[in-house]
Design a protein around this ligand. Structure first.
Ligand SMILES: [Ca+2]
Ligand SMILES: [Ca+2]
Ligand SMILES: [Ca+2]
Length: 131
């Protein structure tokens, strides 16, 4: 359970997050493990369907009080980084719906997909840092 939580967080950190390469506390082996866990069909790429499934998992794991929304604190805890909550909260009601969460995540997916082939390779995930 602990590992799963960590891996979820790690993938969030990597795929969505911030210059993880400069963070020495996240070993590469852990990134690979998180990537492999998300790559359900084991083709070495995270496609949109796999990414979507992963992000839905992260959302529901991160929604600690199970009210169907993520608070700013829950978002930080789920992704281990200080996210731009205000930017993701499209309707400005102070909480993130699953739709808002996914919308922000897929923005990162598009940014990370540097060869624009619609899937993320390990290199693209590892190399991603927020613009
Ligand atoms: Ca895959
Ligand atoms: Ca909202
Ligand atoms: Ca790609």
């Amino acid at each position: 359970m602990r590992w799963t939580t960590l891996a979820f967080s790690t993938f969030a950190l990597v795929a969505l997050g911030t210059g993880v390469r400069s963070d020495p506390s996240v070993p590469e082996s852990e990134l690979k493990a998180a990537f492999a866990e998300a790559d359900k069909n084991r083709d070495g790429q995270i496609d949109r369907e796999e990414f979507h499934a992963r992000m839905v998992d992260i959302f529901f794991h991160g929604d600690l009080d199970k009210n169907g929304f993520m608070s700013a604190d829950e978002l930080d805890a789920a992704t281990l980084i200080k996210e731009d909550f205000a930017a993701a909260d499209a309707n400005r009601d102070g909480r993130l719906s699953l739709y808002e969460f996914l919308d922000a995540r897929f923005g990162h997916f598009r940014s990370a997909d540097t060869d624009a082939n619609g899937t993320l390779s390990l290199e693209e995930v590892v190399g991603f840092s927020e613009p």
